[in-house]
Design a protein around this ligand. Sequence first.
Ligand SMILES: NC(=O)c1ccc[n+]([C@@H]2O[C@H](COP(=O)([O-])OP(=O)(O)OC[C@H]3O[C@@H](n4cnc5c(N)ncnc54)[C@H](OP(=O)(O)O)[C@@H]3O)[C@@H](O)[C@H]2O)c1
Length: 281
Amino acid sequence: MERRPFGPAATMVPVIGQGTWYLETAERNRAIAALRHGIELGMTHIDTAEMYGSGQAEELVGEAIVGRRDEVFVVSKVLPHNATRRGTIAACEASLARLGTDRIDCYLLHWRGQVPLEETIAGFEQLRAEGKIRSWGVSNFDVPDLEEAVGIAGEGVLACNQVLYHLQERAIEQAVLPWCESHDVAVVGYSPFGHSRFPGARTSAGRVLAEIALAHNVTPRQVALRFLVRRPSLFTIPKASSLEHVSENAGAGDLQLSNAELALIDAAFPLSPRRRGLPTL
Ligand SMILES: NC(=O)c1ccc[n+]([C@@H]2O[C@H](COP(=O)([O-])OP(=O)(O)OC[C@H]3O[C@@H](n4cnc5c(N)ncnc54)[C@H](OP(=O)(O)O)[C@@H]3O)[C@@H](O)[C@H]2O)c1
């Protein structure tokens, strides 16, 4: 599994991690086995949130990482309505308890809400000073929000921006991705399979993926994951609750595509025209 520096702290993080949204809807032992299998295959970046299953996803992650805490890079998120200074600290402490750990590697604001960003960042900084989080970042932030965050926190603090990014939704490439690259902020793409809208094999774009996959003896999903991490700032976090899906996703971790193949995918899934606002799921 390829690993690369994540944000300004340059912690080495695998390019492909594991999402956990709706993981609690799978049978419990199956969900935990899937996460553990993913860790064994190098997908040690585990993304969760207090929102997912109202804390149940964090509890599953907590079980999956027992005895392996030092191997994993755990990310969780505070809900915007909890993100006052004191609320952020309380939410983090509740997440730590559900995760069964004393620290979160990167703690994110799930999306921009009504609470002033100064408040949330003050909470993050206190948590960092106390060692309860190693770093912090944001999610679903467009460029003006990112500018505001850096204006408050200063350069070299914001670890990542987690945003919607899949083959049929490449809007971040217009402005968010270049901004993050110029500020050394990692870009974590969520819903890499479009949540449940992966391009079908009978579509012309789906056929492009299938042909490239055939040439490498891999699957179209593995080709898609590799395209989504083709730049050094990019990471992706597919969610899977079966061992087969986990193995397939991890298999993209060392795939190499040529520039010609990347160009074919780029042409098959063109960028939409620039528009206002950042799409979210
Ligand atoms: N920050 C945010 O606002 C935000 C928003 C959305 C998501 N996220 C994060 O990003 C993660 C990933 O996004 P997502 O869960 O929306 O969707 P996703 O990863 O694009 O797709 C998940 C779906 O794909 C299926 N799948 C996974 N691997 C597969 C494979 N190899 N072959 C066939 N199907 C496969 C899964 O099925 P099975 O479960 O049956 O394996 C599941 O139904 C989330 O879990 C969450 O951690 C963050």
